[in-house]
Design a binder for this molecule. Structure first.
Ligand code: DC
Length: 237
């Protein structure tokens, strides 16, 4: 069966990774969380006191960073490793979220991450979520989904997620962080968050996870029928 590339973009905390992981499981595709790469780079910069306003320091630091996604059988999903360390969980902290958009706006950092993302997608059969996947990373992706949800719903979802790990977190902090990240992500000069012209909008404010998955699977089916070679099609009838 022919494999396609699925690009999922959208605002912070609107369930992109939830949908992407479920789709990957259903289709047997690779899932890549591109935001995790920017978060891991942010972690490295904070830990090593890299001055990201200094291009020379940024370039030097990037040479020291090796990022990998390694599949975890227990969670049934890829987890990000930075220089051999599993940083999948530590990068979800609000301390990282407060700086990541600023760091992800730097041209050299985007070039570093995008080159690796494109390599991962070279063989297709991949689902990647982020902010510029349908516009910059995979402009020819066969299926592009642009996700959105009401602000209040997104804040509530992210608050619940963070509160489980840290009961000291406040809903105001989470709301401010989401608004700030959405603003920076959609206003930066290099590859800002925007809907690709050929992306389908998925507003999940009133959808359950199951409903959104079903909807996305229908879009995948339609794309597979359109992109299958004539021989593949004849084999299946
Ligand atoms: O998806 P996320 O919240 O984990 O992403 C963290 C940040 O990384 C987000 O605020 C913007 C940035 N990002 C980006 O600029 N481009 C991507 N493709 C993915 C994330």
């Amino acid at each position: 069966m022919k494999k396609i590339v699925i690009a999922i973009d959208g605002w912070s905390s609107c369930g992109k990774s939830t949908l992407a992981k479920q789709l990957a499981k259903e289709l047997g595709y690779l899932y890549v969380d591109s935001g995790a790469m920017y978060r891991a780079i942010t972690l490295y910069f904070l830990r090593n006191h890299v001055d990201w306003t200094d291009k020379k320091e940024v370039k030097k630091a990037l040479k020291e960073i090796v990022l990998e996604f390694i599949y975890n059988d227990n969670t049934q999903s890829g987890e990000i490793f930075m220089n051999g360390e599993n940083v999948e969980y530590v990068i979800r902290d609000l301390v990282i979220a407060e700086k990541v958009s600023e760091i992800a706006a730097i041209k050299e950092i985007r070039e570093f991450a995008v080159a690796q993302q494109q390599k991962l997608g070279a063989k297709k059969g991949i689902i990647m979520d982020g902010r510029d996947i349908g516009t910059v990373v995979f402009p020819k992706a066969e299926l592009k989904i642009f996700m959105t949800a009401d602000n209040a719903v997104r804040v509530e979802r992210r608050f619940k997620e963070l509160y489980e790990k840290n009961p000291n977190v406040s809903i105001e902090e989470v709301k401010d962080n989401l608004e700030m990240r959405d603003y920076i992500d959609s206003h930066r000069e290099v590859s800002p968050l925007k809907k690709a012209k050929d992306a389908i909008i998925l507003d999940n404010t009133h959808l359950t996870e199951k409903e959104q998955l079903q909807q996305a699977l229908e879009w995948v089916k339609a794309r597979l029928l359109n992109t299958r070679s004539a021989t593949d099609f004849l084999r299946s009838v």
